[in-house]
Ligand binder design. Structure first.
Ligand code: TPP
Length: 443
């Protein structure tokens, strides 16, 4: 108490870790070693399972911090206990089975964590459109019924009204799209929200049934007999919008941020990893990522949509990864975590960072407040850091690039280590281009 450089570390991370254990002062007695082993076994199991995550172990030490004699270190190896997944409750299965057998307009929403493996065998046969979250693996897997252009489709008053579902199966958290969320709320469809982590992931107002089950339980469900043309009409509209978007991008939208997301979907190497920062990068990926079969994996720190820790997360992904890793980030998110560049010298892997520099927080340009005088100072918060000087101060390769061709060339040629590429865009003109593209309807 009162000692310098000490804080109360007990439960320091509150409910943000999966568990907390106080380990106690180091002691070389067999009782202390047994207790340590028990804590390690328990903590290890708590990091795993359907709600995997960090566990806080608090190790107190006394001065002089090092033992006077080197102790014999006992064998601390242990048999890990791997938690079991929840078992499907037959009660739920029969209720959903019945509803699925009788529904005519079923819709599946694949959240960021649902994998192709979870749904394999069922989705190939079921005439059910699958709305894919921005980070969903299905965007990169050959699945015939996937729907990526839901923002365009549901902004279209005729399509959204004609395609109201009667049953929605939500696998995990919903995509962030407000258009999708309010359409679901208005739909009056029966909704099941399946989430194996035992978390509440349904922020909507309309009623839903929460099921604590693995996503793969879908494979045990009957194949619904959807009404004639239900899936086809979704897919026809999806293809029509995809074509219109392709034409719009081909005509040339060179300094538009959405073009960067589109170019990445076309040129990132197969099976590479892409970390996507919050703010506009994740939205542009959701809206403009072209469906592919490249098995690239997309990652994001959704949680509370923070713009912190972005570069550090990407470095963690890239470290010892067998495939090249990329980061798409705004310049404010990049600057927020610029200390992570200190890790570059230890990186074993390849991380290519594309920093979109629109001179502030572009996301806020979509708000009515953007017309007010306080906007630049209080919302956009443009910075004056020179990214070239900053990168070079860390000994990193840096280059300014522009246009699809240069972006494609950079991402097609990954190299070892951390490299920074800056792309300048126009924060003021982007919202209009986005709205124009997202306003393209299926007819
Ligand atoms: C840690 C944290 N601080 C503040 C915010 C609020 N915030 C959301 S988006 C944003 C601007 C991000 O700017 P940038 O990374 O340049 O991306 P852009 O908006 O230009 O796409 C801010 C400050 C946040 N989400 N997380």
């Amino acid at each position: 108490c009162g000692a310098g450089q000490t804080i109360d570390q007990e439960h320091l991370f509150g409910s943000f870790t999966r568990a907390y254990h106080s380990v106690g002062l180091p002691e070389n007695s067999s009782a202390a070693i047994n207790s340590l082993q028990k804590i390690l076994t328990t903590a290890y199991a708590q990091t795993l399972g359907s709600n995997s995550g960090p566990v806080h172990l608090n190790f107190p030490f006394r001065e002089p911090f090092l033992p006077e004699q080197t102790p014999q270190v006992p064998d601390l190896s242990f048999e890990p206990i791997i938690p079991k997944e929840n078992q499907s409750d037959p009660k739920y299965l029969s209720v959903i089975s019945e509803l699925l057998s009788s529904c005519k307009r079923p819709l599946l929403i694949a959240g960021e964590r649902a994998t192709h493996e979870d749904l394999k065998g069922w989705i190939e046969k079921a005439p059910v459109p699958i709305v894919c979250d921005a980070l969903s693996e299905l965007r990169e897997t050959p699945v015939p019924c996937r729907v990526l252009r839901f923002e365009n489709l549901l902004r279209d008053p005729v399509f959204s009204q004609k395609h109201t579902p009667d049953l929605i199966l939500n696998l995990g958290p919903l995509p962030t799209s407000k258009t999708l969320r309010s359409w679901i709320d208005r739909s009056q469809a029966k909704r099941f929200v399946i989430e194996p982590r035992g978390l509440c992931v349904d922020p909507l107002k309309s009623p839903s049934y929460a099921l604590d089950l693995p996503y793969s339980f879908i494979r045990k469900m009957p194949i619904p007999q959807s009404e004639a043309n239900w899936l086809d009409s979704w897919l026809k509209a999806e293809n029509s919008i995809e074509e219109k978007l392709t034409q719009a991008f081909e005509k040339g939208l060179h300094a538009f941020e959405g073009t960067i997301a589109r170019t990445l979907s076309e040129f990132l190497p197969p099976q590479s990893h892409l970390q996507v920062s919050n703010s506009m990068p994740i939205r542009d990926i959701e809206w403009f990522w072209k469906p592919s079969e490249g098995k690239r994996r997309l990652f994001g720190n959704r949680g509370v949509n923070g713009i912190d820790g972005t570069l550090g997360t990407a470095l963690g992904l890239a470290h010892h990864a067998k495939k090249p890793t990329y980061l798409l980030t705004g310049e404010l998110a990049f600057l927020h975590d610029s200390n992570a560049m200190l890790f570059a010298k230890d990186l074993k892997g390849s991380l290519t960072v594309l920093v979109i520099n629109n001179n502030g927080g572009g996301i806020f340009e979509h708000l009515p407040i953007s017309k007010r005088v306080e906007f630049e100072k209080c919302f956009a918060t443009p910075q004056t850091v020179d990214l070239e000087t900053l990168s070079k101060a860390h000994g990193l390769e840096y280059r300014k690039i522009q246009g699809e061709r240069e972006i494609a060339e950079v991402v097609s040629n990954p190299a070892d280590g951390l490299r920074i590429f800056e792309i300048s865009t126009d924060r003021k003109s982007d919202p209009q281009i986005r709205n124009r593209l997202l306003g393209l309807g299926p007819e």
